[in-house]
Design a protein around this ligand. Structure first.
Ligand code: 6MZ
Length: 364
């Protein structure tokens, strides 16, 4: 018998988001608006031709919605969009605007706690090569938006800094040092991400050790592609606090994780659109969920802008594919509290209160 929860119900559910990349969470409509504004401005560094082709690409993608999961974007296409986004977000006013918009988008979807992640970038003048914006200025801009947001809103926000595997060890080291410096300023951990076809995390072992010594929590993207050679190294040697995606796993690796759990950030639409899985019913989520009902699994969006989704929609995909009821989705969402990086008493008590109140109102 079907007991699937409706999207409308799932929108009302308090939710926790632990895997959301800042640049990937900019809405298509916002990217298109920013590109058109740049084209219409009197002075712009990017040529009209390039801007027009970027607008065309974004319009094409917008017309191929991911909602029916038949539209695919290869990881390579996703990384092309990130290049556009990184140029647009080189302007600190725009970075501020979009960060604020992202926080409000999560809150309107009833997200009560968000761990947003981003890769701090040095931004150089394209003509003179001079440093225009330092990584620290980039980070301060994002932190300031979060601080102002929290003063006026209920949703709690923390920040994870990303190490991009395509940028090398030195760049990553700078981000870990920045995370240490901003630890009291909302930054709580490090994410190891970037194009999985480029470089290996085995070259970053010293950074994992540094994170440990600075007491920074870690999460690592693994098994987003079948050719990922880092999986055993990460699962057995590094043992981070969480892992992202973790889809393209062998049976042995799944069994190993079930015996030695590490919380998994599940990103359903992202995995479908980039063809990590052919249909959601084949997602290893269910194997973890059914083999061990307390396996720590957190439903996330990854890049809700690029994948044209929302946290509620990700919950809906899982509920529909695996016939999980509203109460089962509620329990899953509540269990995410155990996986958050900031385990301070104040925050955990706040989240427990929110979930207890919802339970009383809806299930008792
Ligand atoms: C689709 N799956 C994915 N796999 C791996 N890395 C990803 C990713 N989605 C996003 N990123 C990482 O996050 C950056 C964009 O956000 P920020 O500029 O840091 O805010 C990308 O450049 C990539 O390094």
């Amino acid at each position: 018998m079907s007991k699937v929860a409706s999207l409308e119900q799932l929108k009302t559910l308090p939710k926790i988001e632990l895997h959301a990349h800042l640049s990937g969470s900019v809405r298509y409509s916002t990217i298109l608006r920013l590109l058109n504004e740049e084209l219409a401005s009197d002075y712009h560094e990017t040529s009209d031709e390039k801007l027009k082709s970027e607008i065309q690409l974004m319009e094409e993608l917008k017309s191929k919605p991911t909602t029916n999961c038949t539209s695919h974007r290869s990881l390579t296409e996703c990384f092309q969009i990130f290049t556009i986004l990184h140029r647009l977000l080189s302007n600190l006013n725009i970075l501020e605007q979009v960060t604020n918009e992202i926080l409000h988008d999560f809150q309107s979807d009833n997200c009560v706690y968000l761990e947003l992640r981003t890769t701090p970038r040095n931004i150089f003048d394209s003509k003179t090569g001079e440093l225009k914006v330092s990584k620290e200025q980039y980070l301060k801009t994002v932190v300031n938006v979060i601080e102002s947001f929290e003063k006026e809103n209920l949703m709690k926000v923390r920040l994870i800094l990303s190490v991009d595997r395509a940028k090398g060890l030195q760049d990553g080291l700078e981000n870990v040092e920045l995370a240490k410096k901003f630890k009291s300023k909302h930054v709580i951990g490090i994410d190891f991400s970037g194009n999985p076809h480029v470089d290996s995390f085995q070259n970053y072992e010293s950074l994992f050790q540094l994170c440990d010594s600075y007491e920074l929590k870690t999460t690592v993207h693994i098994a987003e592609i079948w050719e990922d050679k880092d999986v055993d190294f990460i699962l057995k040697k590094i043992r981070p606090d969480r892992i992202g995606h973790s889809v393209c796993l062998t049976k042995e690796q799944i069994d190993y994780l079930i015996r030695n759990p590490i919380p998994i950030e599940i990103c359903p639409t992202s995995n479908l659109v980039t063809k990590c899985v052919d249909v959601i019913e084949n997602h290893p989520f269910y194997e973890f969920y059914t083999k061990k009902d307390t396996y720590p699994l957190v439903i996330c969006t990854d890049d809700f802008g690029i994948f044209d989704t929302s946290l509620s929609r990700e919950y809906s995909l899982i509920s529909t594919a695996f016939n999980l009821s509203f109460k089962e989705m509620f329990d899953l969402s509540r269990r995410s509290i155990k996986c958050i990086f900031d385990q301070s008493n104040e925050l955990v008590s706040f989240l427990e209160m929110v979930f207890n109140e919802f339970e009383k109102k809806n299930f008792e």
